[in-house]
Ligand binder design. Sequence first.
Ligand code: X2X
Length: 332
Amino acid sequence: MKLSRCFTALAAAAALTTAFTVQAREYSVSTVLSDAFPWGQAATKWAELVKERSEGRITLRVYDNAQLVAGDQTKEFSAMRSGLIDMAVGSTINWSPQVPELNLFSLPFLMADNADIDAITQGEAGQMVFKAIEKRGVVPLAWGENGFRELSNSKQPIRTPNDLKGMKIRVVGSPLFQDTFSTLGANPTQMSWADAKPALTTGAVDGQENPLSVFDVSRIDQVDQKYLTLWHYMADPLIFAVSPNVWKGFSAEDQALLKQAAYDAGRWEIESSRAAEAQRLASIRSRGVEVTELSADERQAFIDATAPLYQKWEKRIGVELLKAARNAAAAQ
Ligand code: X2X
């Protein structure tokens, strides 16, 4: 081969490599919790399925601990909308500042059990929620689950709203949580998950609310949370979603592949995390945490105390959406 031809061949090879690198770029997937938790496992599963089914053409890389938004989980939705983040598996709570309809799931005692969650997410109400997300500029693909959120504290067992009086409780990203805990007579403080554990450690706050999986894996018992009330007051679904411009860049076949993989990862995560709940509770108990289970009457006292919140919040959430969700739950 002549030298000049050799250079041409080399240049062509280099161009090809560049093209390949551009095509094979990684897509970022944001989560708040790592794959030590069901939440992070949902994202990892999605990445695995996409890699396998695209035969390595599409690579999703998971960035946990909300690191792509410097720990501020309430900025995740905006970052995805603007394209700073390609994809996310995010909680309805953390996206509710930008999508008010997502506060639906945070209404206290709207859903009593898993059947209620499924009836809402898998039916008309779930479709309305997805439309609301689309309207605000992000493409939703499938549902996952963080789980029913239970209440822990360092002071005393909580059986009645009165037991919560004056207690400093760390809450998450939406003003609805401020309203709920203020209505119950507590003293709520909003902070990110990154700040929550230090605040529990120093005693800056007395309590917090999170699913059993989070309590268990994060060893919340080690930061003085000796009391846990199972009140099942709300559950936050997770949503697999994609930034709009990234979505448009995929062919119809790849869009279908991503969506089906998200759906399968979500179903897998929902089932496996529900199946682990009893074991989670047993291990929390075995570490000496005092678990309070409420009688129907005791739970009703919390339902009655928080009922006035519905009037204020149904306007923000949407009267029609709330009606659809209530009908779905009532039909169970
Ligand atoms: O911050 C929390 O409490 C967490 C981890 O559950 C969410 O991101 C909603």
